[in-house]
Ligand binder design. Structure first.
Ligand code: ZN
Length: 260
């Protein structure tokens, strides 16, 4: 029985449970997910003003594993001193990683040089604090990889990953991990389905990225933690692997990477 329960456990490798859209039903959604075997949630903060809130939520829900970082979406809200504040915060508070950080070249109004500055500074902080990186790399896989190469630091996972096979091969060679979410459930995401068949299971984690990235075809509705199960089921189906095997393997990969 114990063994069975153990095999069923899952970790959401990337979820914004601190988001204000969950302020009214956070506890309820966590309880629902836990009942289904989702026992831990990697929650990356996105800007300095949210760090205290995430810390408080962690005190309330021990299943939440916080990470602190400055997300490229919010460069207009960050200030350069936030890097020093993040540095101090990482010294004083437990964080499983540095992030969410990275580059976003999809949204055209985000200045690339400013993004690059924040990103490079956070790679340096990850190195300094001996923590892995939680990376956002939308339309910017090559640029993210170049920054890591420049710093010679590859303790990293790219969330909601979507790159070419050629890019992926280079990242895999450096030991970089990937996490996949709701897009796996889109029957039209052929390229992504091929990609997850190519990547070995020991480099794969799963995420909801809730409240964003709801599952096909409900893109406009709020995504919730329980959807991790559908994502893992779809992946199992795509790579023709037993569901329990997928759960236990990804649980091991995620818990080892984040040391939780
Ligand atoms: Zn995110």
């Amino acid at each position: 029985m114990t063994e069975y329960v153990k095999l069923c456990l899952m970790i959401d490798a990337h979820i914004h449970l601190d988001d204000e859209r969950f302020d009214n039903n956070r506890g309820q959604l966590i309880a629902q997910a836990q009942e289904a075997g989702i026992t831990q949630f990697i929650v990356p903060a996105v800007m300095y003003s949210g760090f205290e809130k995430l810390k408080k939520i962690k005190q309330q829900f021990d299943c939440i594993i916080p990470s602190y970082g400055l997300h490229p979406y919010f460069i207009k809200q960050h200030s350069l001193q936030d890097i020093d504040l993040l540095d101090n915060w990482l010294s004083a508070n437990k964080s499983c990683a540095v992030g969410e950080c990275g580059l976003d070249f999809f949204l055209k109004d985000l200045d690339k040089d400013i993004q690059q500055n924040y990103f490079e500074a956070q790679i340096a902080l990850a190195k300094k604090h001996k923590l892995p990186l939680i990376l956002h790399a939308r339309g910017a896989v090559d640029a993210v990889f170049n920054a890591l190469k420049q710093a010679d630091y590859f303790q990293a996972m790219i969330h909601s990953y979507n790159g070419s096979i050629q890019q992926t091969k280079q990242l895999l060679d450096k030991g970089i991990k990937f996490s996949f979410g709701g897009t796996l459930c889109n029957p039209n995401a052929h390229k992504l389905h091929k990609l997850v068949q190519y990547i070995p299971t020991d480099a794969i984690m799963f995420e909801t990225d809730a409240p964003d990235q709801n599952l096909y075809p409900h893109f406009k509705a709020i995504n919730t933690p329980i959807n991790l199960i559908k994502i893992i089921q779809n992946y199992s189906f795509i790579i023709k692997q037993n569901l329990e095997q997928t759960k236990s393997k990804s649980q091991l990969v995620t818990s080892t990477f984040f040391k939780v």
